[in-house]
Write a protein of this length. Structure first.
Length: 149
């Protein structure tokens, strides 16, 4: 039984768990590996099995509650949020295909070859051929503003 809890086996366990962590993004296996390394240090100095297991447990829990939240925040930190679908149209420039008149409830613009229903942000009439920029989206209707050139 003493051989099972040798310092080499604790280190091997830690290395194997770090390799497993490469394939799992949760940082749980790495927390257990940190606990195994702590237990391996105590086993190297001939600590008893109960002390090794206690250090393993404390090291695992400490890394799980102290290190894991910090690491997950750093890993999943996103400085540039990628907008997708219709949200990616906000800020884009399009060309008016059909005069935009909010009172008559018509107007269409073209962005990258796609034809969208549009209304003006300030209620003004925007003539066909003018360039507009998309300010926001309501359902499938783009709220646009005339570009001042």
């Amino acid at each position: 039984m003493e051989y099972i809890f040798s310092w080499e086996n604790w280190i091997y366990l830690g290395i194997i768990l770090f390799i497993i962590e490469i394939f799992t993004p949760s940082f749980v296996a790495a927390c257990i590996a940190i606990g195994a390394f702590f237990a391996g240090m105590f086993a190297y100095f001939d600590a008893s099995i109960s002390v090794q297991l206690f250090v393993f447990s404390v090291g695992t829990l400490a890394s799980f509650f102290a290190i894991r939240p910090y690491v997950l925040k750093r890993i999943y930190q996103s400085s540039d949020i990628t907008r997708t679908n219709a949200d990616s149209l906000i800020g884009r420039t399009g060309k008016v295909n059909q005069t935009i008149n909010n009172d008559l409830n018509h107007g269409r613009i073209s962005i990258d070859g796609d034809n969208w229903r549009a209304i003006s942000q300030d209620g003004s009439i925007i003539k066909k051929g003018d360039n507009v920029s998309v300010q926001s989206i309501e359902s499938t209707i783009l709220i646009v503003k005339l570009n001042k050139n």
